[in-house]
Ligand binder design. Structure first.
Ligand SMILES: Nc1ncnc2c1ncn2[C@@H]1O[C@H](COP(=O)(O)OP(=O)(O)OP(=O)(O)O)[C@@H](O)[C@H]1O
Ligand SMILES: [Mg+2]
Length: 369
């Protein structure tokens, strides 16, 4: 018996016409996990979700749900429900009829249909609008109705494709919270597709980053944010600062790169033996881990890595100042600093400054920009 709710094994999708939309997609999801998929437009998120739902055929590979192979099982016999960005609400039906629809399709008895529908109406607070039609619903109510429809069939796995994309920012935030609470309460596995990395990171127990049909990295949000495993993730997720170079040394748990600014060490995101000295690599550190000080203030703590540059621009925005720093041999770097760390410390246009960070907070990633 497998303890996974959902397993994707080398899932691949080639559309008629030859577009390879998804390749070598491997993922194992535990019961009750909230998994987010994030990646640029066209990277294959929707295709993957539709293959899980049975709305799109699987070219090769296997789809396993709770230990059973569903690769070739039609959609109506899969224990999944899908929620789409546009909600796909039937406009001629009331809220109640929309919710009941999926239960009629599954040929449940009248008493069971009423019991389940009443329960989900209460859970999602749709009591006031049960007889309303789509045209009379607010964005948030439509959102709740689409969730009710997805959940009333009691799926093992709920698939959500950019379900909050149509909502304004405030409503989106509050529905994000509701959704997360609901998911914990029901202990249903959620696979949640989004464009927005902040949403993927704040909602997901784990995040799958996709690029060009492939999985780049699967990690818990903090891990993903602080320890990217590829050049793509380093650029796409978070607010990383990147210094390109070449790999100089590799040991277990520590590596160093030679860059135009000097030799720096950090935590390798690859296994020892998976890389060789001299290949392209980069030092990556989240912006918030890089401090900026006037160059004449010598660092008291010798455990910092340091690089010297010249301030080119200062751009205060609220309590933060963005400082553009020119560095030898590479593109200027934009540093974010708290206003009080900049003002009154002689950090001005033309000032020499030192950037400092702790080596253990930097990651060495293979590849180039
Ligand atoms: N029905 C189809 N027939 C042929 N190609 C398709 C079809 N649907 C999607 N594609 C192609 O497959 C690739 C992946 O598309 P998909 O819709 O899965 O991306 P996505 O990550 O969901 O993008 P978005 O963020 O824009 O929704 C794209 O190159 C797209 O053009
Ligand atoms: Mg999509």
């Amino acid at each position: 018996m497998t303890h996974y709710d959902l397993e994707l094994v080398k899932l691949r999708k080639v559309y008629p016409g030859g577009t390879v939309a998804v390749e070598e997609f491997d993922l194992s999801v535990k019961r009750g996990e909230f998994i987010s998929f994030v990646g640029p437009s066209g990277c294959g998120k929707t295709t993957t979700l539709r293959m899980i739902a049975g709305l799109e055929s699987i070219t090769s590979g296997d789809l396993v749900i709770r230990g059973k192979n569903f690769t070739n099982v039609p959609t109506e016999h899969r224990p999944t429900s899908t929620i789409f960005q546009n909600y796909a609400i039937f406009p001629h039906m009331t809220v109640r009829q929309n919710i009941e629809f999926g239960l009629h399709v599954r040929k449940l008895g009248a008493a069971e249909i009423k019991k389940r529908t009443d329960a989900i109406i209460e859970k999602l607070e749709l009591g006031d609008v049960v007889n309303a039609r789509e045209s009379a619903l607010s964005g948030g109510q439509k959102q709740r109705l689409s969730l009710a429809r997805g959940l009333v069939t009691e799926p093992d796995i709920l698939l959500l494709d950019e379900p909050l994309g149509a909502l304004d920012a405030n409503l989106r935030k509050s529905i994000q919270e509701e959704l997360k609470i609901l998911q914990r309460e029901l202990n249903i596995t959620f696979v949640f597709v989004t464009h927005a990395q902040s949403e993927a990171l704040s909602m997901g127990d784990r995040v799958v980053v996709m690029n060009a049909g492939k999985v780049e990295q699967v990690s818990a949000p903090f891990e993903l944010y602080t320890r990217p495993q590829s050049a793509f993730v380093a650029r796409f997720i978070g607010r990383n600062r990147i210094i390109p170079g070449e790999l100089a040394e590799v040991a277990e748990g520590r590596a160093s790169v030679i860059t135009p600014l000097g030799k720096f060490s950090g935590v390798p995101s690859f296994k020892q033996g998976a890389a060789s000295v001299g290949q392209k690599a980069m030092l990556v550190a989240p912006s918030e881990y890089i401090d900026i000080v006037p160059a004449h203030e010598k660092a008291a703590d010798a455990s910092f890595e340091k690089a010297e540059g010249t301030v080119m621009t200062l751009e205060p925005v609220g309590h933060v100042v963005y400082v553009g720093v020119e560095l030898p041999g590479m593109a200027p770097m934009r540093i974010e600093a708290y206003r009080e760390r900049i003002e009154g410390r002689n950090i001005e246009n033309g000032s020499r400054v030192e950037l400092r960070w702790k080596p253990e907070r930097a990651t060495i990633v293979l590849g180039e920009m």
